[in-house]
Design a protein around this ligand. Structure first.
Ligand SMILES: Cc1ncc(COP(=O)(O)O)c(C=O)c1O
Length: 390
């Protein structure tokens, strides 16, 4: 693909493989494992990520939309694709036609699937244990079991819930522990059908891994059974609890651009709309061709930094639709760089020099979460794959 602007999201498939490998090694080989590739694999490019995961032996992938599942099937992805969003009868038809796995949250969906099924359909039943979004109440578990028991058209392959506060999963009396106990209670009713029981998102998983060593305590709800895992954020290299907690992760997306032009400012001169930043000394400003239309939030104006020649350089002035400006005065001096030289900039991820600009840091400056930083990276930013299957 032609790239006249040279602003791109480098997707490091080796980093992805390393994150998944370390995670799998810490879990039992029997643990149900379904990486989430919804929302274009959190902005990383769902087809490329799904192919790389399949290469690693992953057999289940999670999407939100039927459309996302169709795209993966059209690209030749063979894995089981779990569709987490609700669906109507037309959606059920597509799910079945394309051999996807419905995550079922209502009795109507059960009826639709049963009416349309030509053979046995494997479903995953979702329980609402406190998120108050989608799912059956755990009080319906017995009724659901009765509906599925010896049903030639419907099989329960999995039971699940979603943690609404996975960050507290380490506490035996926390919100997550209560949710896990509730799901376990529902799962007890289904023992005769031996479904996979999955509940852990990234936060739950890193707490699970953190407890694997000396803290091991089989009475803790996290350890009371082999909870299936649906990691999203962490496979992309971001830890929802704190860096290094539970396991080491490497960023998969490195958002990069190249300086378009430099400006030298005298003290008192301002930069960008509204001159919200003014030079207090003779300054070198790098104009970088990436802006809020690419998903680099305007809220980061005068707050964030980027990596320029491996050095942190503050974002100065208001971020524009297509550009942002960096004060590179110190970096240019320190490294004795010629400002004319075409220079790569890393907005987040790891620079070529090996320096890290965590997406989490940008998220904090923008008052948001790393999930949104990744998924905001715009469509006009090409994803360029490196390593792995690239
Ligand atoms: C149902 C479900 N499971 C798992 C995940 C993965 O969560 P995380 O990205 O925190 O690992 C999500 C993400 O929103 C989800 O909606």
């Amino acid at each position: 693909m032609d790239m006249f602007r040279r602003t791109f999201a480098e997707i490091d498939l080796d980093a992805l493989a390393g994150n998944v490998r370390r995670l799998r090694a810490a879990l039992s080989p029997r643990t149900f494992f379904c990486p989430m590739v919804k929302a274009n694999a959190y902005g990383h490019g769902d087809v490329g990520i799904a192919r790389a995961l399949e290469k690693q032996g992953v057999r289940h992938l999670g999407v939100c939309l039927i459309e996302e599942g169709l795209l993966l099937r059209q690209a030749g992805i063979q894995s089981d694709i779990l569709v987490f969003r609700g669906f109507d009868r037309a959606g059920a038809e597509q799910i079945l036609r394309h051999r996807m796995k419905p995550v079922v949250s209502t009795w109507e969906q059960i009826e639709d699937l049963e009416a349309l099924a030509t053979g046995a359909v494997n479903v995953h039943l979702k329980f609402d244990t406190g998120m108050n979004r989608l799912g059956f109440s755990t009080g319906e578990a017995q009724k659901l079991f009765d509906r599925f028991w010896q049903n030639p058209k419907l099989r329960v392959e999995g039971l699940l819930t979603h943690l609404w506060n996975g960050e507290d999963a380490g506490q035996a009396d926390g919100d997550s522990a209560a949710q896990l106990r509730a799901l376990r209670g529902a799962a007890d009713r289904f023992k005769a059908l031996s479904p996979a029981v999955h509940a852990l998102n990234s936060a739950g998983i890193v707490h699970r891994l953190d407890r694997a060593g000396e803290k091991a305590d089989p009475s803790h709800p996290l350890e009371a059974m082999d909870w299936g895992c649906r990691p999203g954020l962490m496979i992309y290299g971001s830890n929802p609890v704190r860096p290094g907690f539970g396991c080491e992760l490497e960023p998969v997306m490195n958002l990069r651009s190249h300086v378009a032009v430099y400006r030298t400012l005298a003290p008192g001169e301002g930069v960008s709309y509204g001159h919200t930043w003014k030079a207090s000394r003779d300054s070198v400003i790098a104009v970088v061709p990436i802006g809020y239309a690419d998903g680099y939030h305007r809220l980061l104006s005068n707050r964030a930094s980027a990596l320029f020649a491996g050095e942190r350089a503050p974002v100065v002035g208001t971020i524009c639709m297509d550009y942002l400006m960096l004060d590179v005065t110190d970096a240019v001096k320190k490294k004795n760089l010629s400002p004319e030289k075409d220079q790569e900039v890393t907005l987040f991820g790891r620079s070529r020099e090996g320096v890290l600009m965590p997406a989490e840091e940008l998220a904090t400056h923008a008052g948001t979460i790393p999930w949104e930083i990744f998924t905001s990276v715009g469509e006009r930013v090409p994803r360029v794959y490196k390593g792995g299957a690239a």
